[in-house]
Design a protein around this ligand. Structure first.
Ligand SMILES: [Fe+2]
Length: 521
């Protein structure tokens, strides 16, 4: 949907990562940018997609000459200590212009549930030292992740990443999309006043554009630090491609303006995303980002792509289109895969299944009060119906949906129909949903306008399954998972137009195992 339309629619093992002081001191001297060796590693280091025995390590080499064409050999090391004296695995890999000089290694042979340190070097010049952690394969009593989305560079400082980087209690950072925005400067937030104009200043369309855009974002010191300290588990949303993307196009893709054909642009956006993100790449052809992570016997984290494989959005007045049972948000293969994942998690009696995905699943449209957001699950009711049918039929319990996109904070019970057959005590709820706010993107006009407070009050009254709402603040969620309880704590940056790592606590909700119901903590 256009930005105007988006705004219109809305108007209608906890301490195991604690660092010894000596290590903190060491890292303080080695912060990206402060390192004398920063010239070849200007975009920092990152890790991601932790499994029990392996993890993706990432960096990018800045070539000596911008026009460099020769492959560059890069050594990597991963070890058990912060000074990399006890290396457990190492190797040499090559990067080249064909992959924008990004480096991705799937470091294997690691021990589950263990903190590691890693670095890259070229000709004796070393990258910053990163820290990461494998997921456990059994016996986990606690998992703690930060849930983030919607990091728009010109709209504000990445204070949220700075706040997260200060934490010592996370196993991973789960990013559910809009890691970059494709817009040109001033089209959706202006960065001139705070010296945050993204490259290229125009809209990103080509492979070179998307690569330059990721490079801009990765020069941000707060984002670099978050990547350096925690593994990411990421999926994309529309803005890694173009606003309101679907499999065959996007609202913000305009061939008549010289933007070329969609297939080329989509392939470019996907290639740049894989190059720059610490994601384990699928061997399947085409776009394939959905994947599952098991956190010991405590939780399964199922990551969906509801963006790159979906059918086109329809108008919110197109009743026949909305009701069309053939329309899909994820494609038949991913849907079957998702059902397999949920079923397997249930059959293994895993206490929690976490479903990381992009858009709000809980029904929020109330015809006659405001329009349906047809870019969300509300715009694909048949698809949502199939998922809820499956949850009910297969008795899927303890499902927590993790969502971004909304640029506002929400907590929901998920009943089939909030206005019929659901009680606010949780009866009739099939799952719960936690929606993280934006890192820096502007909040919906509905809540940020002069009538925002009244709008929020009206929404609270209209939605019996709504358990938490903050319409305006930028921040993130810490999700704390134990065998009997999932707890969601929202944290907010006081002002993203001022660079600061300060944060304030927001709401807190808990879901007891077996309840499918969110309550105040
Ligand atoms: Fe967003």
């Amino acid at each position: 949907m256009s930005l105007t339309r988006r705004q219109f629619i809305w108007t209608a093992a906890a301490s195991s990562l604690a660092l010894p002081r000596t290590v903190e001191g060491l890292w303080a001297q080695e912060k990206p940018g402060a390192s004398a060796g920063g010239s070849r590693f200007q975009h920092g280091v990152a890790s991601g997609d932790p499994l029990g025995d392996r993890i993706i390590l990432w960096t990018r080499v800045t070539p000596r000459a911008p026009s460099a064409t020769q492959p560059i050999s890069v050594r990597w090391r991963i070890g058990a200590d912060a000074e990399l004296r006890r290396v457990v695995s190492s190797g040499t890999t090559e990067t080249a212009a064909a992959r924008d000089f990004t480096v991705k290694v799937d470091a294997a042979g690691l021990v589950p549930g263990t903190t590691y340190y890693y670095a890259f070097d070229i000709d004796g010049e070393q990258s910053p030292i990163g820290r990461t952690k494998t997921f456990p394969v059994s016996g986990a009593e606690r998992m703690r992740v930060a849930l983030v989305s919607c990091s728009n560079y010109p709209a504000g400082f990445f204070n949220v990443y700075a706040g997260i980087a200060k934490r010592t209690d996370l196993d991973a950072i789960v990013h559910v999309g809009d890691y970059i925005y494709e817009f040109g400067e001033g089209e959706y937030g202006g960065g001139a006043a705070i010296n945050r104009i993204p490259q290229p200043p125009r809209e990103s369309v080509t492979l070179a554009d998307y690569r330059a855009r990721y490079a801009t974002y990765r020069t941000d010191p707060d984002l670099q630090e978050a990547h350096r300290l925690f593994p990411f588990v990421a999926v994309w949303d529309d803005h890694e491609l173009a606003n309101d993307a679907w499999a065959g196009g996007a609202v913000n893709h305009n061939p008549e303006k010289g933007e070329g054909d969609w297939a080329t642009r989509k392939a470019a956006g996907y290639k740049a995303y894989l190059e720059w993100m610490p994601i384990r790449e699928s061997s399947e052809p085409g776009i394939h980002l959905y994947r599952t992570f098991r956190f010991g016997t405590l939780a399964d984290l199922v990551m969906l792509d509801t963006r790159g494989l979906r059918d086109k959005q329809v108008s919110n007045t197109d009743a026949a289109g909305l009701a069309d049972p053939k329309r899909t948000l994820m494609g038949a293969a991913q849907e079957a895969w998702m059902f397999d994942q949920l079923r397997a998690s249930q059959r293994a009696n895993t206490p929690w299944t976490l479903l990381g995905q992009q858009i709000m699943l809980a029904p929020i449209s109330l015809l006659g009060m405001w329009s349906i957001n047809t870019d969300g699950w509300d715009g694909y009711p048949a698809q949502r119906g199939r998922v809820l049918d499956f949850i009910e039929r297969e008795r899927i319990r303890n499902l927590v949906v993790l969502t971004g996109d909304a640029h506002s904070s929400w907590g929901f019970d998920i009943p089939r129909n909030p206005w019929n057959g659901y009680r606010t005590t949780g009866e009739g709820s099939l799952a719960v949903e936690v929606v993280t706010p934006a890192i820096s993107s502007p909040p919906p006009l509905m809540f940020s306008s002069t009538n925002g407070t009244e709008a929020a009050a009206a929404v609270r009254v209209a939605l019996p399954h709504l358990k938490y709402l903050d319409g305006v603040r930028r921040g993130y969620v810490v999700l704390d998972v134990t065998p009997t309880l999932v707890r969601a704590d929202w944290y907010y940056s006081p002002d993203v137009r001022i660079h600061s790592d300060a944060e304030v606590a927001g709401g807190s909700l808990v879901c007891e195992r077996g309840s499918a119901h969110l309550q105040p903590a």
